[in-house]
Design a protein around this ligand. Sequence first.
Ligand code: ACO
Length: 465
Amino acid sequence: MAKGTRDITNLILNVARDVRKEIGTDVASEFTQRRRWPISCTVGPGLEGAIACLSKVGYVDGSHGLLVYRGYDIFDLCARSTFEEVTYLLLKGRLPSARQLNSFKKKLAAYRKAPSTLRLLMGFPVENMNTMAALRLGANLKRQEFTYIDRESARPDVSSAISTDEDSIPMETPPRGEPHAIYEFDRKQYHARNIRRDRLAGPSGFDSCCHLIAGIPTIAAAISRLRRGEMPIEPDPDLSHAANYMYMLTGKRPSPLDERIMDVALILHADHGMNASTFATLVVASTLSDIYISVGSGIAALSGPLHGGANEEVLRQLRRIGDASNADEWCKKTLARKHKVFGFGHRVYKTYDPRARVLKPLVAYLAKTHPEAKPLLKTAEALEEAVVSTLGAEKGIYPNVDFYSGLIYTCMGLPTDMFTSTFAVARVSGWTARVLEYLEMNRIFRPRALYVGPLNKEYVPIEQR
Ligand code: ACO
């Protein structure tokens, strides 16, 4: 292992040791217990506190600041694993053997090339489009790589899925819980169909998930190059997932250090509970729409500045602040105007986001060899101090994953308008893993709204208004 990459591992292990000392290891909570439907929970606006489903994919402990994928804590995975292995873990539920990992990597390498998708994509004015809008389009176009026959034969069999229209159920009827959900989708029939689907390279099974996970980086990199008037670059079959993404984006094979840091960043962003983009993906998949369209919806949800779009806003914000000495004053003014500071706060974490804990020392490490990033890092540190001293204890507002990721990508030569797409390159693993899991017991998502408008209004013909 080269010295730089060994240093990265040690930095992460140090973070892990400090966190474990701070919070201990016994962090099981009421949210890690299996429960039977119907589940009682207190729901706030924005579905805060609502439980959408049971899942074994991953767990976010917001009060301790812990993130777990399939039982493994994120620090261990960042220190010891790779994005390919973590993706296999998320999709399959277990770490692969060496042989399984090798064949998984071969599958990704085969799916990484996307010539027909790129040809279709280049028919659109990508250079003038929002990068996430173009990526969403690319995800949908990728579906066209399958033949018409594949697409039709792999369609889910809708005859065994019974959708519900909750409006046909009186408001006073309480949720009926699991028996109703089983009625919703026949489990035996599903499994029989799912096995068939797995064998097909069609648009709803495991292979399609791999097809998207491998293809999204190729599409994102091509979008970046087209926006800069350059032609897309073909993936290199000898490079890892992280290295290939950087190579296709920048045209340069990354150093082992940059590859390792990108790999860690991808692992950190791969999954994160029932966040907005994962939920959007699941909602669309729950209608038995296919995985390409579902992932397209995840990309759309991720693009917003309150979610994945925040990493781009953070960089713009740091550039606006200009110098570390302005951070305190800028923060006071921003909060006085009741504006949000990008890169801070989280719906679930009311403590330091573990992903930001890992990224922060990595930025400091990278800045040693990237002097141009030092002023930005100093401004970021000063801003963190200003925000945390004002809102940390009072409102539980600390840096989130987006605060330091942009600085890392800047050091590695990624253009700012590709930060959110880079988030999508990683999160597609979590989206697809959760869809595969959810479809095993699918029930269409259908919350309801409380109607607070008027009733019994009398219709007035237009000529009398
Ligand atoms: N800056 C200043 N104040 C904040 C911030 C922030 N970044 N985040 C929350 N607050 C304050 C709110 O003003 C509110 O104060 P109030 O109670 O006095 O009205 C309180 O904290 C609660 O904030 P909400 O917006 O209600 O919290 P919510 O859970 O709905 O939102 C969110 C979470 C969207 C992430 C929010 O913290 C935010 O907008 N942050 C900035 C954008 C950002 O960095 N997003 C990336 C999140 S990580 C990710 O999606 C990958």
